[in-house]
Ligand binder design. Sequence first.
Ligand code: C2E
Ligand code: MG
Ligand code: MG
Ligand code: MG
Length: 282
Amino acid sequence: QAKSKGKHSFCLFSLDDQEKMKYRMHLERELRKAIHNNELHLYYQPQVCLKTHQLKGAEALLRWHHSELGPISPAVFIPIAEETGLIEPMGLWVLNKAVNQLAGWRSEGIMLDSISVNLSLSQFKEERFVERAKDIILRSGLSPNLLKMEITESVALLDESDLIDKLNDLKAFGVQLAMDDFGTGYSSLHYLQALPIDYLKIDQSFIRQIHSDSSSHTITSFIIQLAKSLNLKIIAEGVETQVQLEFLHQHDCDECQGFLYSPAIPANQFQSLYQRMNAIHT
Ligand code: C2E
Ligand code: MG
Ligand code: MG
Ligand code: MG
């Protein structure tokens, strides 16, 4: 409700901040519990080849359904996990779960080319992250080149050369690297030059406006061109309409992801979708 402005407004504002802080601390406690009680789940969103309309890969996305608060978005709890260090065990859990899921699928004839996992740059601060990641991949029996790691250049880096060394190490091991949300982050063109990446993911904000905003149209086709000339593969995120799909097809985009095909879904549903879309010819 509207309160009169003036001498009370400062006080009201800081109360609001206190509420937010309380809620955040509450979420942090709940997140610790959720990790402990295995209440986090991985869902999988299909990545589709634009030429063949076949399902090529899956992006693993974290889901948290709180018993009282309901579903909580990763956009809310990932930053909390990053600030509290919870992202380290959580990130390794995601990696382990995802590579084992793909290994399992492939043994059942679900021959995806890749599984994508999102990584926070803060995970790379942990000295033994690369070693642990390699260990998880080796133990799953999955060939490392079937794993794609997605990173977002959202923050200025404290130690860029350390990150580059670690990414080179993972790449030499065989892992593929993708730059997520391309076009929106901090200093993207610089990272394009500095990091050993294989894939660019065009941010969904450009795709969403392809047909309503001519600059999004121009930026999207420019990013595709840029990727091609740097020999990078390109994935469009957030594809929701046939019109967007056609635009991307015409501009020679490699793969797309979005609600047009499917949101992120549980593993068993993903398997059925694969069987429908990639009807096995014998
Ligand atoms: P992201 O990696 O860029 O993932 C794409 C987000 O867009 C996902 O949101 C996905 O559900 C949503 N999306 C996909 N297709 C469409 C579409 O057609 N329309 C719209 N409107 N949205 C679409 P989600 O799952 O809420 O994840 C948000 C972000 O949280 C992710 O962005 C990623 O940065 C982060 N995240 C999720 N899981 C993990 C994780 O396991 N580890 C880390 N470090 N970050 C994660
Ligand atoms: Mg991603
Ligand atoms: Mg993205
Ligand atoms: Mg993102």
